[in-house]
Design a protein around this ligand. Structure first.
Ligand code: SF4
Length: 378
């Protein structure tokens, strides 16, 4: 089983915190769609005819495409790949694009899961983030999608926003629960270098992030969602029983995936490659030369071990010492066993049989723990 990710590189406006590759100019859209259809054919051999269990439209903002364009891409994938009849097909969508008409059109395609970029149900936070929708539009989009047969909805929420009080954060989570959302991805706001947010904070034009408050809000998130029977299956991901994101789980379980479109990443267990992050160069290369412009990095056994630790540790499936021994050898196994002991003593990691997972306390330090278990130092 493998997955396909499609990067749609257009957005209505640029959010202040965003460092994903996207453009607000849509002039190139027709040429981009033509190139994407061509790339679908050019990359056919990458997954070696494996059955595709998930397709994920991300970006950027996939709902900047019209439904005809989305449908064309899906049909082209069916034509050239071995797509499972039960494939999870997710479309990321922004509330301001989701008119009733658009939702009805989308409900007539093979898309069976929507992931909505909500971020907050409070307008002050949306303004701080420079989102292009309002809180009312977010609620309306969710309700309309539910009325039109979308029974698998995920929303993104952000905590740690300086304008977000702990009480407002509780309200956001409770609103999602009351709306009957099946899946919540909740991320701590991070200030990426070079983003508008980074510049505004450094110039003192916007308040900086309070790490202590962000940590309190992570605790609130876990407490409220655990009480409401959400499964915390990855550090940032929570769902009701039966609604784990298959696509993202495949990443964390080290399954192969093919990324299509500018800046999309692909992974086949032994190497990783990424397409050029430039729409014009992408279109020119694919249209004129029939060449997908990408860079590739072969992964050493040590990098594969590090990747396994990084992704596995963040999930409820954890990391398995038997797998470490059999795949990466005695030396890495011994290193892992020595290092992990420290975190077991601190009660940040728990062991069940051969599996190691983060405790609730350990979830606050996931990245730090993983980096102590890595063999490469950078
Ligand atoms: S809509 Fe998403 S991809 Fe586009 S700028 Fe905002 S965060 Fe980035």
């Amino acid at each position: 089983m493998a997955g396909i990710y499609i990067h749609i590189p257009y957005c209505h406006q640029k959010c202040h915190y965003c460092n994903f590759y996207s453009s607000v100019s849509k002039k190139s859209k027709p040429a981009f769609v033509r190139s994407l259809l061509k790339e679908i054919e050019l990359q056919k051999a990458y997954l070696h005819q494996e059955i595709i269990s998930t397709i994920y439209f991300g970006g950027g903002t996939p709902t900047q495409l019209n439904t005809f364009e989305i449908e064309q891409i899906i049909q082209h994938l069916y034509q050239h790949y071995n797509i499972s009849g039960k494939a999870e097909i997710t479309l990321e969508a922004n509330p301001d694009d989701l008119t009733q008409e658009k939702i009805i059109e989308l409900s007539e395609t093979d898309i069976n899961r929507l992931s909505l970029g909500i971020q907050s149900f409070h307008n002050t936070d949306l303004e701080y983030l420079n989102r292009s929708h309002s809180a009312n539009q977010a609620i309306e989009a969710i309700k309309t999608a539910q009325r039109h047969q979308f029974a698998n909805l995920s929303i993104d929420l952000i905590y740690g926003i300086p304008t977000l009080s702990n009480q407002a954060w509780i309200d956001n989570i409770q609103t999602a629960i009351d709306l009957g959302i099946q899946h919540i991805s909740a991320y701590c706001l991070t200030v990426e270098a070079g983003t508008a947010l980074d510049v505004f904070i450094r110039k003192g034009k916007m308040p900086a992030i309070d790490e202590e408050k962000a940590s309190q809000q992570f605790e609130i998130l876990m407490d409220v969602l655990y009480k409401n029977n959400f499964i915390h299956y990855e550090i940032s991901n929570f769902c009701k029983q039966g609604f784990i994101s298959q696509h993202n789980s495949n990443y964390w379980k080290q399954q192969k995936y093919l990324g299509l479109g500018p800046s999309a990443h692909s992974y086949n267990l032994v190497s990783r490659q990424w397409n050029v992050s430039n729409i014009t160069n992408y279109i020119q290369s694919v249209e004129e030369k029939n060449i997908v412009p990408f860079e590739i990095e072969s992964l050493t056994l040590i990098q594969q071990y590090d990747e396994y630790i990084l992704t596995g540790l963040r999930t409820i499936w954890g990391v398995d010492e038997i797998e470490i021994l059999s795949k990466y050898g005695r030396e890495m196994y011994d290193y892992f066993r020595k290092q992990i002991e420290l975190f077991i003593q601190k009660a940040w990691i728990e062991r069940q049989g051969t599996i190691y997972t983060l405790t609730k306390q350990g979830k606050y330090f996931a990245d730090g723990i993983a980096s102590e278990l890595f063999i490469t130092s950078d």
